[in-house]
Design a binder for this molecule. Structure first.
Ligand code: NBP
Length: 470
């Protein structure tokens, strides 16, 4: 009979750090990696710890207390299916597999169904916080079999980040693939916020001609108040860093081609499938895609005359406007993400608790921010809040900043600096609070060329007009 509390498969950076976190919190951990040398090196680098090196999956299974708990920290996609297939013969009914990677939520639904046939319980757990989070306390979003969650709850509660009020940043999210769904939307919001900060940086660079060293204290200052957040904090840090080789600001020697692993794109794709607007997230995904066209952009920059990017107005005012615009745009991005979660909760029967989700994003994760406390309070006050923009606190915040937000977007457009995230965030706000949109004309056009019919403002029914007189 095994004596280890949990097994972790996948000894890349996330797996290793989660194991160290579990061990530090008093759990005995058995580890396995496909390439054994990697696991050997890890265990050898941490002598004296309560970590057992399993060289085979059979050894791993033997080492674990029953019912076994095995957490996968392998690359999302085929690797997860491969590991499950290899591990299953050594498991028994009632054992629990937890996929802690960034798996697509529908893959998680499928795997849970398939494993249930053999009585194996499955959890899909989103883990956010990068390598530091994994080591010192991530935000964890577990979904799936509720009984299985009870078995891993003590471990997850111990290793999760703790919010300022001491609450662990983990909660049972819901059934099926809901944990990975929430992690996907978390990452979509993350894409949005990163893009918004990058746009502000671009205005400071191209519009105001500030050096990274001059920008850093501005972001540092912003991080002390309403914009306090991990991403603003690391931006200030990044901007102070110099390249060891050239002495140049680090950010200036990094090629402007953004990578992506898919979670942002999945969020946009799923939002389109569910019919939920997420324009800031979509803009962020597209901005990363456009950034990858580096050679084409360089050629186009030569071919097409460049306007004057430099700002000649009141510089202090523009910096204040950018601050207001960043905050308001971030709230808009969160509002879109939360509205998507709300729709998915209905569509997939996830029964999501948006207040708890905001609560577990307060610490440990990449999108942690001071205002998540307010967001949690908003969904506490009104669990059925249809949109964060309607919450009294956030509504007031945005209305107060509206003039500066709008002036910032206008200025940035004048300067010909692309700010698709900020513009999309404002357009979402303007569109959402428009009682009337120009969709009446679109309906007329559809009816004109395709006899798609329309509804009327003055009476019930479905109508068609013969637009072209015979
Ligand atoms: P990676 O995503 O780089 O995956 C590497 C691990 O997967 C290695 O242990 C590798 O084993 C294993 N693996 C692969 Br690849 N194919 C396999 C297969 N067919 N069978 C068995 N093992 C296989 O590692 P990571 O960056 O630590 O991330 C782990 C998970 O956590 C991913 O889903 C990731 O998206 C997610 N995540 C990462 C971060 C982050 O900041 N990195 C943050 C949040 C979530 P090998 O050593 O034998 O090649």
């Amino acid at each position: 009979m095994g004596k280890y509390d949990i097994g972790v498969i996948g000894m890349a950076v996330m797996g290793q750090n989660l194991v160290l976190n579990m061990e530090r919190n008093g759990f005995a951990v058995a580890v396995y990696n496909r390439t054994t040398s990697r696991a050997e090196a890890f265990v050898a680098a941490h002598p004296g710890k309560n970590i057992y090196l399993a060289r085979t999956l059979e050894e791993l299974a033997e080492a674990l207390r029953r019912p076994r708990k095995v957490m996968l920290m392998v690359q999302a996609g085929r690797a997860v299916d491969a590991v499950i297939g290899q591990l299953k013969p050594f498991l028994e009914r009632g054992d629990v597999i937890i996929d802690g990677g960034n798996s697509f939520f529908q893959d998680t639904e499928r795997r849970a169904r398939e494993l249930a046939e053999d009585g194996i319980r499955y959890l899909g757990a989103g883990v956010s916080g990068g390598e530091e989070g994994a080591l010192w306390g991530p935000s964890i979003m577990p979904g799936g079999d509720p009984e299985a969650y009870k078995l891993v709850e003590p471990i997850f509660t111990a290793i999760a980040a703790k919010a300022e009020d001491g609450a662990p940043c983990v909660t049972y999210i819901g059934p099926g693939g809901s944990g990975h769904y929430v992690k996907m939307v978390h990452n979509g919001i993350e894409y949005g916020i990163m893009q918004l900060i990058a746009e502000v940086y671009d205005v400071m660079k191209r519009g105001l001609g500030l050096s990274p060293a001059e920008m850093a204290p501005i972001f540092g200052e912003w991080n002390k108040a309403e914009l306090a957040s991990f991403l603003v904090e690391i931006t200030a840090d990044i901007l102070t860093r110099s390249d060891d080789e050239t002495g140049q600001p680090m950010v200036d020697v990094i090629l402007d081609k953004a990578g992506q692993k898919g979670t942002g794109k999945w969020t946009s794709q799923n939002a389109l499938d569910l019919g939920v607007p997420t324009p800031t997230i979509n803009a962020a995904v597209e901005a990363r895609i456009l950034s990858a066209f580096k050679d084409e952009r360089v050629a186009a920059a030569q071919a097409i005359p460049q306007p004057q990017h430099e700002f000649t107005g009141d510089r202090e005012q523009l910096i204040g406007d950018l601050r207001a615009a960043l905050y308001a745009s971030e709230v808009s991005a969160y509002a879109q993400g939360m509205a998507l979660l709300r729709a998915a909760s209905h569509e997939y029967g996830y029964n999501l608790n948006l207040s708890e989700i905001a609560a577990i994003w307060r610490a440990g994760c990449i999108i942690r921010a001071g205002f998540l406390d307010d967001m949690r309070a908003a969904f506490d006050r009104e669990p059925d809040l249809v949109n964060l923009l309607l919450d009294p606190k956030f509504k007031q915040d945005l209305v107060e900043r509206e003039e500066r937000w709008r002036r910032a977007v206008g200025t940035v457009i004048q300067l010909a600096i692309p700010a698709p995230g900020m513009s999309a965030s404002l357009a979402y706000f303007d569109g959402y609070r428009s009682a009337r949109l120009p969709a009446n004309l679109i309906q007329a056009q559809r009816d004109y060329f395709g006899a798609h019919t329309y509804e009327r403002v003055d009476r019930e029914g479905v109508f068609h007009t013969e637009w072209v007189e015979a």
